[in-house]
Ligand binder design. Structure first.
Ligand code: ADP
Length: 255
């Protein structure tokens, strides 16, 4: 009858509204957390810049033993803020769909070789050897945006270098997998406990906060990796054993 039919309708609407409300609340929490995190991330470099400039103004400028050093440290703080802003800008362009990928045929071994060369010094400083799993004689052709996938590999290799123990290897492996090429970046670092894995690709999420900040990362590297790989229509994942190391892996379409 008409009455029970309208009751069903009302109940349906109420249910819809309540799930809408839950969604809005979680989005609100997400925004609040994000702004809180951002403020927190910017506080450290701003305090440090302020501190150095104040010391210089209060007489440090005339002291040749510190003036240049303090200016360099203030510059470092400014550079750190700039890095956070550049990374956030990239994420927001991905999230609002304002990034156009330039998909072309690329040789993934060459992209990776270029990244290895650009990170040679950083690897050496940390006593890490960058290696391919084997000698890839032939080209491995994939469809991708060369610069963006270069950035994915760069972020993953930088993390592998940063978090690994000196004297270990970082290994990149390519595997032919039906229509895809699987790309793995393996390290012998501390590994990551299972409880962190599901949140690892979130903005500003860090496992060991003090170590990560000391290494100068923005906490946005993996979030950018995820956006780029997903924009290519693929996914990035991690397999990790605490105390042994991690393998970050993603696929690209074979050409
Ligand atoms: P960050 O700038 O802090 O490195 P990322 O988004 O690149 O930010 O990484 C997020 C966190 O994931 C890091 O702070 C670190 O705790 C953890 N992590 C990333 N890569 C590795 C790795 N290869 N081994 C161990 N921990 C890692």
């Amino acid at each position: 009858d008409i009455l029970s039919a309208s009751e069903v309708e009302i109940l349906k609407l109420a249910k819809q509204n309540s799930s809408e409300l839950v969604k809005l609340k979680s989005e609100e929490k997400f925004r609040r957390d994000f702004i809180g995190n951002l403020a927190h991330e910017l506080k450290t470099p701003i305090f440090s810049i302020q501190g150095y400039i104040l010391t210089l103004l209060e007489g440090g400028l005339e002291d040749p033993t510190i003036n240049k050093r303090f200016l360099q440290r203030a510059l470092k703080g400014a550079e750190r803020m700039n890095k956070i802003i550049i990374d956030l800008d990239m994420i927001s362009r991905f999230e609002s769909g304002r990034i156009n990928l330039e998909i072309e045929e690329n040789n993934i071994t060459e992209i990776c070789q270029d990244i290895f060369e650009s990170l040679e010094l950083k690897a050496k400083e940390n006593k890490i050897t960058l290696k391919f799993a084997k000698n890839y004689m032939n080209e491995i052709l994939v469809s991708c945006d060369k610069d963006k996938i270069g950035q994915v590999i760069q972020n993953l290799v930088i993390n592998a270098i940063k978090y690994s123990d000196p004297g270990t290897d970082v290994v990149v492996r390519f595997t032919d997998f039906e229509t895809n090429i699987l790309i793995e970046i393996e390290d012998n670092g501390p590994g990551i406990n299972d409880k962190h894995i599901s949140r690892l690709f979130e903005r500003f999420y860090r496992v060991d906060k003090s170590r990560a900040r000391n290494e100068g990362g923005t906490g946005l590297g993996l979030s950018i990796v995820k956006h780029i790989v997903e924009a290519h229509g693929h996914t990035v994942q991690v397999r990790s054993t605490e105390g042994k190391g991690s393998i970050f892996f993603f696929t690209l379409t074979k050409n």
